[in-house]
Ligand binder design. Structure first.
Ligand SMILES: [Fe+2]
Length: 346
């Protein structure tokens, strides 16, 4: 193991990060260590994280309706129709169709994802966005589904499928985002039909069963050497055959009308459906992840005034600096100001 000899001083850091949300079997040689995982390191992280999420969820559930709690317990996701008042929704859609805002883009095979941060600049130009990013009922649901306290990160997301480009999109394979509950939310600005490259979700696959735990254990023994990059980095891919051994699961296309909010626990298996035609899907999006082992649903970022709406900008600035230092193009490329519905720039 030349890495152990050359970089021994890094090991305390690798070991410390086992106590947090770090997930990569390839980048963290402690998390990816087959011997440690044979002894149950990954399995116990999964088990403990699920227990803590269930505990925090009991506290977070007080701000969620009984019907939405029930939907989550059953399916692992919640669908809320007519999520915004019709006039607010209409103004947001009209603005995003016509007015440019500073954006970033990332390409994964035939899919381009555009991220338009909902920061002070965007909120200043379109105050209606706060009805999404500052709504206690939406934030409460996102926290409950992810089983994590604190503030989600909000942005406008555009997903553009270009089937003419014959390259696979890694997000079209069924996967769990990481080894613990976390949540993502999408408020769709347009109807999403079965052929519009909808979100695919496996209802009920958010539950940690003995079979799932055993599957996690088996993956952990070999994940660090797996040829599938995302799998090796801790976002486990699962084949339909493997899924059928874990229980009676049927993947479902989440077909929705405009102004529907979907909030999902991304520990459940999910994917993007392959799009066979050119599609542009625009959503108000939230991403929420935290330390899976935190005992209480609190937020460290809430302690710093003004940080809440700037976290994404800070993250992007740091990523740009790191990419520049490493002499590579940043993952999220700055494409200047453009409308959310425009065609890709990369
Ligand atoms: Fe995912």
């Amino acid at each position: 193991m030349p890495r152990a000899i050359d970089q021994w001083w890094r090991y305390p850091g690798y070991a410390f990060r086992v106590l947090g949300s770090e997930k990569s079997f390839r980048k963290n040689p402690v998390i990816g260590n087959p011997r440690f995982n044979e002894l149950g390191l990954h399995r116990e992280r999964v088990r403990l994280a699920a227990g803590m999420a269930a505990y925090r969820r009991r506290l977070l559930g007080v701000s969620v309706s009984a019907a939405e709690r029930e939907a989550f317990q059953r399916d692992g996701f919640v669908i809320r129709e007519n999520a915004l008042p019709a006039d607010v929704f209409q103004r947001i859609r009209d603005y995003l169709k016509n007015e440019p805002l500073p954006a970033r883009e990332m390409r994964q095979g035939q899919t381009v994802t555009r991220m338009t941060p909902i920061n002070r600049n965007a909120l200043g130009k379109l105050p209606d966005l706060a009805r999404f990013s500052n709504d206690p009922s939406i934030a409460g649901l996102i926290r409950y589904v992810g089983g994590i306290g604190g503030d989600p990160v909000y942005f406008i997301q555009t997903v553009i499928a270009e089937p003419a480009i014959q390259e696979a999109d890694p997000q079209t394979a069924l996967h769990a985002d990481t080894f613990h509950s976390s949540s993502k939310a999408w408020l769709f600005l347009d109807d999403v039909g079965p052929d519009d490259g909808p979100f695919v979700f496996v209802p009920g696959s958010h539950r940690l069963t003995e079979k799932r735990l055993e599957w996690e254990y088996r993956q952990s023994l070999v994940a660090s050497a797996d040829g599938r990059t995302h799998h090796a980095e801790g976002s486990f891919r699962i084949t339909p055959e493997e899924l059928s051994t874990l229980g009676d699961f049927t993947p479902r296309k989440v077909v929705v009308s405009a102004n529907t909010l979907v909030v999902a626990d991304t520990y459940a298996f999910h994917s993007r459906a392959v799009s066979h035609r050119h599609t542009v899907r625009v959503e108000l999006h939230a991403y929420h992840r935290g330390n899976p082992f935190a005992p209480l649903p609190l937020s460290a970022t809430a302690l710093v005034p003004g940080l809440r709406d700037r976290r994404l900008d800070i993250f992007l600035a740091l990523s740009d600096r790191k990419a520049k230092r490493d002499g590579r193009i940043p993952t999220w490329r700055d494409v200047g100001a453009c409308t959310a519905y425009s065609e890709p720039h990369i």
